[in-house]
Ligand binder design. Structure first.
Ligand code: DGT
Ligand code: CA
Ligand code: CA
Ligand code: ZN
Length: 574
């Protein structure tokens, strides 16, 4: 049971979510109890499966009734309380909470008064102008909800799963299937492998001698809510959070053909198939083979298939039919980014939402071979921000650490400033000038119009202390759209003021987006890949930022912390 901990965390998260819907109060005693238990479990290092209820209760943050539920889950695979809540609040109702501006109290009211049980019901109720008549809602609220709903639909994200949910899910399923005897390979393909920010479903490809055992393992996983189709080579399940997962078992010798086919995209595959046809071959999920006679040309690895088609292997993040096949043919595929040698957006416990100490974060940066690390806790303008005194104390600590570190790792005492609605920044110019590195980002006032949003960000860029704009759009994928911005004006100001633009690797954000990066990639602006880590282990999220930068075809030499130590050090101290 390698994933006991994840199962427990999933249960607590779902209990909290459903209890909010049940009680209409995100701050209720019970909701907070589940949340603090989840935090305690997340931080717990030992094997949960071995602990008795009494021992679980001894962990700070876990009460008696939660301890009993954890034991119930471990012993029976179910929790009666949770099953009951699920019965009362179907997934289609829970999904309504994803609409911006729609809280649990309103969802309860809409259900009770109008019988709204799903997005479709809500759409109908809005069309029938029924919301405005409800006490506590009115015309304005109806209008706002209509806009939020329309935005979700426009983004096509109503039925899609954000990558922050899909990737851990896929990794968990792959890890489980790799344990099944006879399995020689398991990996996720589809849009997830291409690093799409939302996915329609998760596609997993497995090479195994006995497909039945693979399917058994899959359908018995605790994340699985129901099986929607089971065959010898393909099984489809839906998770409790409503994500479909397709698992396909293929022959080992045809693994490459299957991975290529199921990674897609459709457009990329079509172009490859056309290339095959001009050579008298066909390409499908089983092989690249001759049309006449069916002799196999290549199928074992993706590399062999691309090579037979006269192409170098194309990284999955590029397989969108955005010109990658033509570039591969011409030998002009973009080079990957260089090694990341530093991070410029990292939090410690000085931020209210940071979980690792300065020492832990610095140790993790050293282990990664970084040459520069900017510690950037939240400034006072953010809810979880720190006071001047806390920053001065941290600065003294950083200076002392630097003395013992020598020149191997350059520490910068930084800060993440909050950009106010008019572009105003925390503290005062003198205090800001005392930091080695300031990044500034938007954390509130998401509803201003495009001109106002653009103005506030450009104003922040013009401040002499600000070196970088963090998570430019402030979006949360699948939960909150980005602020509206005039991207041309932003990039012009970034060039003029030499303010770098962040490529944030936190999966809920991935901000700037690939879409925005593609629009600005030919500018002269400087980019920085960051982790926005809130605990030491999250420093590795910078890999996600790298993937996004590569997916956007961002020229590697524009990414200042992935193009060699000399430029990095010069920029960091500049
Ligand atoms: P998604 O799930 O909507 O985010 O996007 P994908 O790309 O994962 O699409 P999905 O799950 O429908 O199919 C996975 C891959 O399988 C897809 O990228 C390419 C391949 N595929 C599926 N259907 C077709 C098809 O009709 N023609 C071709 N050429 N390839 C297909
Ligand atoms: Ca898919
Ligand atoms: Ca699929
Ligand atoms: Zn941050």
């Amino acid at each position: 049971m390698a994933d006991t901990k994840q199962d427990v965390l999933d249960m607590l998260r779902e209990l909290a979510e459903l209890t909010i819907l049940d009680e209409g109060d995100p701050q209720s005693f019970r909701v907070r109890a589940y949340e603090s238990a989840a935090q305690a479990i997340a931080a717990h290092a030992g094997d949960l499966g071995r602990l008795t209820a009494k021992e679980l209760e001894k962990i700070q943050g876990i009460g008696k009734s939660t301890a009993a539920k954890i034991r119930e889950l471990i012993e029976t695979g179910h929790v009666a309380k949770l099953d009951g809540l699920r019965g009362k609040h179907p997934a289609s109702v829970v999904a309504l909470l994803r609409i911006q501006g729609l809280g649990p109290k309103t969802v309860i009211k809409l259900r009770k008064e109008l019988g709204v049980q799903s997005m479709a019901d809500l759409r109908q109720a809005i069309a029938d102008k029924k919301l405005r008549a409800l006490k506590g809602l009115g015309d304005k609220a109806e209008e706002k909800l209509a806009q939020s709903l329309a935005r979700l639909e426009r983004e096509g994200s109503i039925d899609r799963t954000p990558i922050s949910v899909a990737l851990p899910l896929a990794e968990r399923i792959v890890a489980r299937l790799l344990e099944v005897p006879g399995v020689t390979h398991a990996s996720y393909c589809g849009s997830l492998r291409r690093f799409s920010e939302t996915v329609g479903d998760v596609d997993v490809v497995v090479a195994a001698s006995a497909p039945g055992a693979v399917m058994d393992a899959l359908v018995s996983m605790s994340v699985v809510d129901r099986v929607i189709g089971r065959g010898d080579t393909k099984t489809s399940v839906v998770t409790r959070r409503g994500t479909q997962v397709d698992v396909r078992v293929v022959a080992r010798e045809a693994l490459g053909a299957a991975q290529l086919y199921f990674t897609g995209s459709k457009g990329h595959n079509i172009k490859l198939r056309q290339r095959a046809l001009t050579r008298g071959w066909t390409l499908n999920e089983y092989a690249l083979s001759e049309i006449d006679g069916g002799k196999v040309i290549a199928r074992e690895t993706e590399e062999q298939i691309y090579e037979a088609l006269g192409l170098p292997w194309i990284p999955p993040v590029l397989r969108e039919d955005w010109g990658e096949i033509e570039a591969a043919e011409a030998g002009t595929l973009p080079a990957g980014l260089g090694q990341v040698l530093g991070d410029f957006h990292v939090h410690t416990t000085v931020s209210g939402d940071g979980k690792s100490s300065l020492e832990e974060v610095v140790a993790a940066a050293r282990a990664r071979g970084y040459r520069v690390l900017a510690i950037t806790d939240h400034a006072e303008g953010t809810l979880s921000g720190a006071t001047r005194d806390a920053f001065l104390e941290q600065r003294a600590k950083i200076r002392a650490m630097q003395a013992t570190l020598g020149s191997s790792l350059k520490l910068l005492h930084g800060v993440e400033l909050n950009i106010g609605p008019e572009g105003q920044l925390d503290y005062d110019a003198d205090f800001r000038a005392g930091f080695d590195f300031c990044l500034a980002s938007v954390h509130d006032h998401f509803d201003l119009d495009r001109a106002a949003q653009t103005r506030r960000v450009v104003t922040a860029m013009r401040d002499p202390s600000v070196r970088m704009i963090g998570h430019l759009s402030a979006r949360m994928i699948g939960a909150r759209p980005g602020i509206e911005l005039d991207l041309d004006a932003i990039v012009a100001a970034a060039e003029e003021t030499e303010t770098a633009l962040e490529v944030n690797g936190g999966l809920p954000r991935l901000d700037m987006s690939v879409d925005a990066l593609r629009r600005v990639r030919s500018s002269r602006a400087t980019f920085v890949v960051t982790s926005d880590a809130h605990e030491a282990g999250e420093l590795e999220r910078v890999h996600y930022a790298v993937k996004n930068a590569e997916r956007a075809w961002l020229p590697p030499d524009r990414v200042i912390n992935a193009s060699g130590p000399d430029r990095l050090l010069a920029w960091a101290t500049g």
